[in-house]
Design a protein. Structure first.
Length: 326
C-alpha cells in the first residue's frame, strides 16, 4: 500500500507519463530545480555574511551580501533556461545480441536563439553523457543500456539535467521516449557444424550454395551477399551486378527447430540457431529457418540474416524487456 501511494505521488509530482511517442518538449511543468550541494554551501555563506553585517553594522558587508545574493538568484533563471524548450526526439536503436549494450540515440533540438551548454543525460546516475546544443541546431547523444536478455528492450526513464552556469542550482527533467531495440539471442560458442543442406528432391546435399561453376551475371538485388557482387564490372561503370553459379544451386540449408537435440532447452536452442544463422551468412549460404510458430523461406544475404535473428529474438512472444527505472 505504501509503495503504491509513493509511486502514485511520484508520478503526480514529477509528471511521469510512461513511454511517450514523438518529440518531447521540456516545458515549464516538466523542469524541476533545487540548490546543488555547492548552492547550499553558497547559501550558508550568504547567511553568515548577513548575520555578520547586521551584528557589526557593516555597510559594505550588506552591499556584498546582497550583490552575491542577486547573483545566486540570477543563476536560478539561467540554469532553468538552459533546459527550457529543448525538444527531445528518439532516434534509431540498432539490434544487438544479448549480453552486450544497446545504444539508443536521442536527438536534442534547440529552437531558441541561445546556446545550451553542458546538458547531461543519464539513466542510472552512474554513466552520464554531456552535450552542448548550439542555438537553432540539433545534436545527437547515444545512451548505452545493458541488454541482458533477448526480446524487446526499451531505455526506460532518462534524466536530463544541468548545473550551468555556476553550479549553484541543479535543474532536471524526466523523459521516457517510445523507442525499442531488438535484442538477438546470445549465439552459442563457435564450433558447432552446420547441418547438411537438403536438395529439392528431398535428399541430402553437400553443403554449399551453388558455387561450383560461374554461370553469368544478373542485376543486383537488395540482400545479395557482398561476396558475390562483381566489383570489377562495377568499376567499369556497368553498375552493381551479382555473380551466379551453377552446380549446387538446388541445395537449401534449413535450420530446423525440430532437428535439435531434445535435451536442449528453449534458450539453448535459440542460441544454437543464432550461431548457425551467423555462420551461414558468413559462408554466403542461402538458408531458411523453421520455428514452431514461424517459417522463413531460404534466401541469401544480410537481409535474410537479420530476419532470421529477429524471428529468434521474438520467438514465443516474450514480454518486452524494459530497463529498470533507477
Amino acid at each position: 500500500m505504501i509503495a503504491a501511494l509513493k509511486s502514485r505521488l511520484s508520478n503526480w509530482l514529477f509528471q511521469l507519463r510512461g513511454p511517450e511517442t514523438g518529440s518531447i518538449v521540456l516545458v515549464q511543468r516538466r523542469i524541476f530545480i533545487l540548490p546543488s550541494r555547492h548552492g547550499l554551501i553558497y547559501l550558508c555563506a550568504l547567511l553568515f555574511m548577513l548575520i555578520g553585517s547586521i551584528n557589526y553594522a557593516l555597510s559594505l558587508g550588506f552591499v556584498l551580501t546582497f550583490l552575491l545574493g542577486a547573483l545566486g538568484i540570477n543563476s536560478i533563471l539561467y540554469t532553468y533556461r538552459n533546459l527550457a524548450r529543448l525538444e527531445i526526439s528518439p532516434g534509431r536503436a540498432p539490434p544487438v545480441f544479448a549480453g552486450s549494450n544497446a545504444h539508443f540515440t536521442l536527438l536534442l533540438n534547440n529552437p531558441g536563439a541561445l546556446d545550451r551548454f553542458s546538458i547531461g543525460i543519464t539513466r542510472d546516475r552512474k554513466e552520464v553523457v554531456y552535450v552542448d546544443v548550439p542555438a537553432g541546431q540539433a545534436v545527437s547523444a547515444v545512451i548505452a543500456v545493458p541488454a541482458p536478455r533477448r526480446g524487446i528492450l526499451m531505455p526506460g526513464r532518462l534524466t536530463l539535467f544541468t548545473q550551468y552556469p555556476l553550479g549553484l542550482c541543479h535543474a532536471w527533467a524526466y523523459v521516457e521516449p517510445e523507442v525499442r531495440c531488438i535484442v538477438y539471442p546470445q549465439p552459442e560458442a563457435p564450433g558447432v557444424p552446420l547441418p547438411s543442406p537438403a536438395a529439392d528432391n528431398g535428399t541430402g546435399g553437400e553443403r554449399g550454395a551453388g558455387q561450383d561453376d560461374f554461370a553469368g551475371l544478373r542485376s543486383y538485388h537488395p540482400g545479395d551477399s557482398l561476396q558475390h557482387v562483381a566489383w570489377k564490372a562495377a568499376a567499369r561503370g556497368r553498375g552493381l551486378l551479382t555473380k551466379q553459379f551453377s552446380g549446387r544451386a538446388d541445395a537449401e540449408l534449413w535450420l530446423d527447430w525440430q532437428t535439435l537435440p531434445p535435451t536442449l532447452g528453449v534458450e539453448a536452442r535459440l542460441s544454437r540457431l543464432a550461431r548457425w544463422v551467423i555462420d551461414a551468412g558468413a559462408a554466403g549460404l542461402s538458408c531458411g529457418l523453421r520455428l514452431p510458430d514461424t517459417v522463413l523461406a531460404p534466401a541469401p544475404g544480410d537481409v535474410q540474416r537479420e530476419r532470421c535473428l529477429e524471428a529468434l529474438a521474438l520467438f514465443d512472444n516474450p514480454a518486452g524487456v524494459r530497463a529498470s527505472r533507477r
